[in-house]
Design a protein around this ligand. Structure first.
Ligand code: GLA
Length: 645
């Protein structure tokens, strides 16, 4: 049994990436370790896609080569995050059990030849993957190079659901656990509608392709089931690893991944890890990346997390793969560290010469040499003491809910374009522009540490989640609520009563009508006019609720649009950036929260982590800041780390 490695408190951020030695002859492994040392690599993730090499034929294992890789890395002083290699089964699995291949909603089956071709409910996949993990753990759990286990890879990317008969059986089992009897299921799904009543469990199916809109309650439970089904694989591997090893276990997340409820996964990870691929073609990509960092911190209850993958320059899976511009690779790496990452890792160490990712940048290019910017970043991180293990200081929270996202994404909503993630990003961007440091948290989280909470179009709220918001406001918290929030319960059913039933009393406002407009609508707020698309509402504020902004022109001319009830702000329309900022500025003033550094120019980010102040200039021009009375100059796309004043 191993004891935990130096994981919990690395002295400086880990630096490294996915290492896929099976793609290279052994003499290259020796060279790789030399090059890694020269580039400042301290951690390698080994074996993510090695199953076919580790078990070339069913039950025939070849693990010796992996031992040689681990020995070489250890000899070079490089720690290992050992993958369980179950992310992608070899082609023999499909031959052994063709039913292990995933089936789409229309009944068509996917084939091997790519990656991740397995049905999440396949018992063959489960048995064979656990057999492999058992071998790996028995053989290498005590290898001195290991500091971390890496289960699977980006679960749910690319197959998050399967509609086969085996999945249908598993879905029924899951539904029985959740609802008990068939009549409870009928009640939860509202099957009195459209003659959908089930009289026998055998009639209950996954939401396969149907003539028109399916049942939204069924679709919501399906999403929950699919997330849990993959979580079951993670847990099975983790539990097996725990029997052999006390090292921490992780699996890599992918930000706001639509199909897995990471807030239900995260408590089972010893350390949260994340793969981030900004789009350099998007001039605001650093804002979305910041939000993902803040989600990872929120998922880990504030604990440090690991940037498990990023690219050095380009990916290869967009239509046009724009490379990071000079400075961005370094600045975006430091952004992750500023926002709680204790590791800066990459996909991948050495760029492949064959296969689907040969045009994806890596730490070592096709010329066989580490990139200069990689070595420079490795050296810089090696000197970055006093940051790892430290908390990030944020007093603002933004609530993100996967079940609400799923429920709202069902068809037959008033406006399909109104989307939870889009609205969450809208509000987050406002907090970023205001310079506030935000934790992205799950609904129902303990909010007592926060002075300001933003609830961005959270359509579905469970009872406990409503109670958490009520307790937070009763305790003196300031709450900002976006339109179309609190409409339904956790079965996606609308309570009888005035809208929005779940939040009406907190808001001090009744929504009389939801009015997606045919064209743009104007909202007047704090002396400015803002054009709004997609959504508007007719509001009836309670006596005592203040009107901060009103609709101007059109049918809603003069009607309230933005309100304040005590410490609860409500925006009935998705406001453009300036309007969103105006609401947030008023709420932040009421809550007494402000930026990590006052007077930040647009496009410049300041984040405090522990005693360090990270300053990041995302613009293409130099900027001058004043920190503790001293001038600080940042070049375009530059970053500096200072002691916080
Ligand atoms: C994901 C995967 C990696 C690789 C990269 C490419 O993050 O985990 O294996 O495919 O994408 O960007």
């Amino acid at each position: 049994m191993t004891t935990p490695g130096p994981w919990s408190a690395p002295h400086v951020p880990w630096f490294g990436g996915d290492y896929n030695p099976e793609q290279w002859p052994e003499d290259v492994w020796v060279r790789d370790v030399e090059l890694m040392r020269a580039a400042g690599v301290t951690l390698a993730t080994v074996g993510v896609f090695s199953w076919a090499r580790l078990e070339p034929r069913p039950g025939e294992y070849d693990l010796d080569w992996l031992g040689r890789v681990l020995d070489l890395l250890h000899g070079g002083g490089i720690a290992v995050d050992l993958a369980t290699a179950t992310a992608s089964p070899p082609p023999w699995l499909a031959r052994l059990d063709p039913a292990s291949l995933p089936v789409r909603a229309d009944g068509s089956r996917l084939w091997p030849g790519s990656r991740q071709a397995y049905c999440p409910s396949s018992t063959t996949y489960r048995e064979r993957s656990l057999a492999l993990v058992e071998r790996l753990a028995t053989r290498y759990a005590d290898h001195p190079a290991l500091v971390l286990w890496h289960v699977g890879n980006e679960f749910g990317n690319h197959v998050a659901e399967c509609f086969c008969d085996r999945s249908a059986e598993r879905f029924r089992e899951w539904l029985r656990d959740r609802h008990g009897g068939i009549e409870a299921l009928n009640a939860a799904w509202g099957t009195a509608f459209w003659s959908q009543h089930y009289s026998d469990w055998a009639e209950v199916l996954p939401p396969r392709a149907t003539p028109t809109f399916g049942n939204p309650g069924q679709a919501l439970d399906w999403r929950r089931f699919c997330s849990d089904e993959l979580l079951g694989h993670y847990l099975a591997e983790r539990d097996l690893l725990r029997r052999h090893s006390a090292l921490p276990v992780t699996t890599n997340f992918v930000g706001f991944w639509p199909e897995l409820d990471y807030s239900s996964w995260a408590p089972h990870l010893d350390v949260v890890s994340q793969d981030t691929y900004q789009d350099p073609a998007d001039p605001r990509t650093h804002v979305d990346a910041a939000m993902v960092c803040d989600l990872m911190r929120g998922l880990g209850d504030g604990r440090p997390w690991l940037l498990m993958e990023q690219t050095t320059a380009r990916v290869n899976w967009r239509e046009r793969n724009v490379a990071k511009r000079p400075g961005q690779y370094r600045a975006w790496s430091l952004q992750a560290v500023a926002r709680g990452a204790d590791a800066v890792l990459h996909f991948q160490w050495r760029q492949s010469t064959a296969g689907a990712e040969k045009w994806h940048s890596a730490m070592v290019g096709h010329d066989g040499e580490p990139r200069a910017d990689v070595a420079a970043l490795g050296a810089e991180l090696a000197a970055l003491t006093g940051v790892t293990g430290q908390p990030v200081h944020g007093r603002t929270a933004l609530v993100f809910s996967w079940p609400s996202w799923w429920a709202q994404a069902q068809p037959a909503q008033p406006a399909a374009e109104l989307d939870h993630l889009t609205e969450a990003r809208r509000w987050y961007a406002g907090t970023w522009d205001e310079g506030l440091t935000v934790d992205v948290v799950r609904p129902g989280a303990d909010l007592t540490a926060y002075a300001l909470v933003v609830l961005p179009t959270v359509y579905l709220l469970a009872d406990a989640e409503v109670a958490a918001l009520e307790a937070y406001v009763a305790g003196g918290g300031t709450l900002v609520v976006g339109c179309w929030s609190g409409l339904v319960d956790d079965r996606d059913q609308v309570p009888v009563g005035r809208y929005p039933a779940r939040l009406r009393d907190l808001l001090g406002v009744t929504v009389l009508e939801h009015l997606p407009p045919a064209g743009p609508v104007t909202v007047e707020l704090a002396g400015d006019r803002h054009q709004v698309a997609v959504w508007s509402e007719r509001l009836a504020p309670d006596p005592g609720t203040e009107v901060l902004g009103s609709y101007a022109g059109g049918e809603l001319d003069g009607c309230p649009a933005v309100t304040r009830h005590g410490r609860v702000f409500y925006a009935s329309a998705p406001l453009p950036p300036a309007g969103t900022r105006a609401v947030l500025a008023a709420a932040a003033a009421a809550a007494g929260v402000g930026p990590a550094l006052a007077g930040l120019p647009p496009g410049v980010e300041a984040v405090r982590r522990g005693d360090s102040l990270f300053l990041l200039n995302h613009t293409d021009a130099p900027v001058e800041l004043v920190v503790g009375g001293e001038p600080v100059r940042l070049a375009a796309r530059d970053a500096v780390v200072r002691r916080a004043p």
